[in-house]
Write a protein that binds this ligand. Structure first.
Ligand SMILES: Cc1cc2nc3c(=O)[nH]c(=O)nc-3n(C[C@H](O)[C@H](O)[C@H](O)COP(=O)(O)OP(=O)(O)OC[C@H]3O[C@@H](n4cnc5c(N)ncnc54)[C@H](O)[C@@H]3O)c2cc1C
Length: 419
């Protein structure tokens, strides 16, 4: 532990940052540890923001990642409502600006974790129109929840994971929902066309108006939103619009720091950003993942997955304390999404060019058991990914299998045993 830093500063008080704090303490860091977060809340969980919190099945208190006293117990100094506005790598200081004002200050560090995540991209031209929302934070979700009254007309721009989940939650609240997606199917970026169509079927079955292959021309309304105009000339009347068109990593505060910023903070395989003791984790980090090496070599990849944020945070907490023992990040990518009564799970890294084949179950709706299946993605004779819909047990088996880069034949063998 001779190289371990005296003072650790973590910027970004959310999932990856909180896990890094826990992990550094668990690994034996007994010096000062500061967690700096722009939001006014202690770290909380985001996945329910488009699901159980939006439907009203979960309240804000239950989103907390840790009990309120956990940070006291860990002896972590938590600075909420505080933005990091600059990083001086040479001086090893972070410049901060408390939201309450009072001018910028600097916080010195020996070890630094960059965990500033990502921000939802707004739809250009919608600034100042009431009733148009993006969804990233607890406050965003609370504002959307407020508008999800039975009978409200909800237009969702973007049929990715967030948009699809918001549509499902809106239906659960008795709203009318329309999803507008420029691609030919929802979730195409994550799943490819064939499985994207299966995700689209979920919306149809649940009475969502799905507008595919059409872009948004503009959001209409003076003051309050009235409708979304589409590029094909049609108009979707709306009381509420939720925009889910992706995110941008929060790196503005690192401009001029000398760190490599390119769609995230570019890191090496141990999540180190170059200067010793400075790491990036979670949605803001663009790092190689050893599991992807057969296809991407050591190219850095940025993912927006809950599990990766946890794994990054845990790994970096340990690496800060024992930098000489830092190990390259290697993990089978995993993401899930809950929509209507369906749980979608994806492991591995599906690519648009992959051959997709049903391995378990059926895409047809079974009157007794519903729709349940697992599809495999084949690339270069190997299983590159699986996507499961309501097939949790087979998914667990395939996720485990994926760790060893199975051949396609091995995938078929496992499928045969699962009937
Ligand atoms: C609505 C929603 C639903 C999701 N559902 C799923 C799901 O079902 N499955 C799944 O796998 N993943 C899901 N995710 C993704 C998952 O939540 C993210 O991958 C995870 O939150 C990333 O954690 P993070 O700590 O890297 O970043 P974030 O959670 O984005 O946290 C970054 C924090 O840094 C703060 N920050 C930013 N800039 C600064 C600054 N300059 N100074 C100080 N603080 C700053 C931000 O305010 C924020 O609190 C979902 C995300 C959202 C938004």
């Amino acid at each position: 532990m001779s190289n371990s830093p005296k003072r650790i500063v973590i910027v970004g008080a959310s999932l990856a940052g909180a896990r890094a704090a826990h992990s550094a303490r668990a690994a034996g860091h007994d010096g000062p540890l500061t967690l700096i977060g722009a939001e006014p809340h202690l770290p909380y969980d985001r996945p329910p923001l488009s699901k159980e919190f939006l439907t009203g099945d979960q309240d804000a208190d239950s989103l907390a990642l840790d009990p309120d006293d956990a940070y006291d117990d860990l002896d972590v100094e938590v600075m909420l409502s505080t933005h990091a506005v600059g990083l001086d790598v040479e001086a090893r200081t972070v410049a901060i600006a408390p939201a309450a004002g009072g001018g910028a200050e600097t916080v010195p560090f020996d070890g630094l974790v960059i965990a500033t995540g990502a921000a939802a991209r707004p739809l250009p031209g919608t600034e100042g129109i009431r009733g148009v929302h993006t969804l990233r934070t607890l406050d965003d979700s609370a504002a959307i929840r407020e508008g999800l009254r039975a009978g409200a007309r909800v237009a969702v721009v973007g049929g990715g994971f967030i948009g699809s989940e918001v549509a499902a939650s809106a239906k659960a609240r008795g709203c009318e929902a329309t999803v507008i997606e420029a691609a030919p199917a929802p979730l195409m970026r994550g799943l490819g066309a064939e499985m994207g169509m299966q995700a689209g079927a979920l919306h149809h079955q649940n009475g969502v108006d799905l507008r595919l292959g059409v872009g948004v021309d503009g959001v209409l309304g003076a003051g309050q939103v009235e409708a979304v105009g589409l590029a094909d000339g049609s108009r979707i009347e709306a009381d509420l619009v939720v925009v889910g068109i992706g995110v941008a990593p929060n790196t503005a505060w690192l401009e001029g720091s000398g760190l490599q910023i390119d769609n995230g903070v570019v890191c090496d395989a141990t999540l180190c950003c170059g200067p010793p003791g400075i790491y990036a984790v979670g949605d803001v980090a663009r790092a190689p993942n050893g599991w992807l090496a057969p296809w991407y070599g050591s190219s850095p990849i940025r993912v927006e997955h809950w599990t990766a944020a946890v794994e990054h945070g845990m790994a970096v907490g340990r690496s800060l304390v024992a930098p000489d023992e830092a190990v390259p990040y290697l993990s089978v990518p995993f993401v899930w999404s809950d929509q209507y009564d369906a749980r979608i799970q994806i492991a591995g890294h599906p690519d648009a060019g992959d051959h997709v084949e049903l391995l378990v179950g059926s895409v047809e709706d079974d009157p007794e058991s519903g729709r349940a299946f697992l599809a495999g993605y084949r690339r270069d004779g190997r299983l590159s990914a699986v996507m499961a819909l309501n097939a949790i047990r087979p998914f667990v088996r395939f996720r485990r299998l994926l760790a060893g880069h199975p051949t396609w034949e091995e995938a078929l063998e496992l499928a045969a045993t699962l009937g």
